[in-house]
Each structure stands twice: as C-alpha cells, then as structure tokens.
Ligand binder design. Structure first.
Ligand code: ZN
Length: 145
C-alpha cells in the first residue's frame, strides 16, 4: 500500500530503480543458494525448495538500507518462513551462524544501524551487477530462468 506516497518524478524513478535492484538481487541470491538441480534449503527451517518458488529472505529486514543489498544478509528462504512466520528470525539466525559463523551475524547487527542512502545511479549499478552475475550463474549451471 503506497498510495499515500508523494508522486513526484524523482521518487518514482528511485522506486523503479530500487525495485529493479531488489528483483535482480533476489534472482541472484536464490540461484546462488540452489544446487545443480535448482533446489536449495531454506536458511531458517532447512526445507528443500526450488529456487523459482523460494524467496530472497533478509535477516535484517529490508527497511534497513545499509544491509538491504548485503549478500550475507540475504539468503534463500521458503515462502512460509519469509511471509507467514515473520521471517522465522530465530531459525534464520541459527542458519546464518551455521553458514557464515557468529562474527558475520554480529557484524550485520552493527551494520544495520549505520546510515545508508542510495542514489538512483547506485541502484541501477546494483541491479546491473546482480543481473550480470545471475546470467553468469545460469550459464555455469544451465539452469532455466
Ligand atoms: Zn523455511
């Protein structure tokens, strides 16, 4: 629900760029975390899901811009944990420690509080970078898009 947002040319350009960066990051992260058959384990509950049916789950929620595009903060997550279980945050924390170690989790907690702002230009660069890396991954693994 975004109807109360000011509709200016500038903000819609920003929203468009941010949505595009989110989209390509999500595709890249889900594919990164999938095996050769396209399946990956949910970071929070361990359920095996196909990347195309999984979410890109944020450990620190997307409202914190400084960790929004952090690749350790983002991992393949099943839709149940991400959308209906408030991110299954305790499970996510355990999964993150198993995957990267406790230092990374503590670092994310610190990073979360640092102020970060993105320009439209930066968001476009982020989107292009993830898109490029997504396409490289599909070539390596021959996964379907
Ligand atoms: Zn799950």
């Amino acid at each position: 629900m975004t109807f109360w947002k000011k509709k200016t040319a500038g903000s819609s350009e920003y929203t468009k760029a941010r949505d595009r960066a989110d989209k390509w990051m999500s595709k890249y992260i889900r594919l990164r975390d999938a095996d050769a058959n396209g399946y990956g384990r949910c970071i929070s509950c361990g359920k095996l899901v196909h990347w195309s049916e999984a979410d890109n789950g944020h450990f620190i929620n997307r409202g914190h811009l400084n960790t929004r595009y952090d690749e350790q903060n983002c991992n393949l997550q099943c839709t149940k944990c991400n959308r209906f279980d408030e991110g299954n945050n305790e499970g996510y924390r355990r999964g993150l420690i198993a995957k990267y170690g406790e230092d990374v989790v503590n670092h994310l907690y610190i990073k979360k509080h640092l102020f970060r702002k993105y320009s439209v230009f930066e968001l476009k660069a982020i989107a292009d970078d993830f898109k490029k890396r997504f396409n490289e991954l599909t070539k390596i693994k021959n996964w379907k898009k």
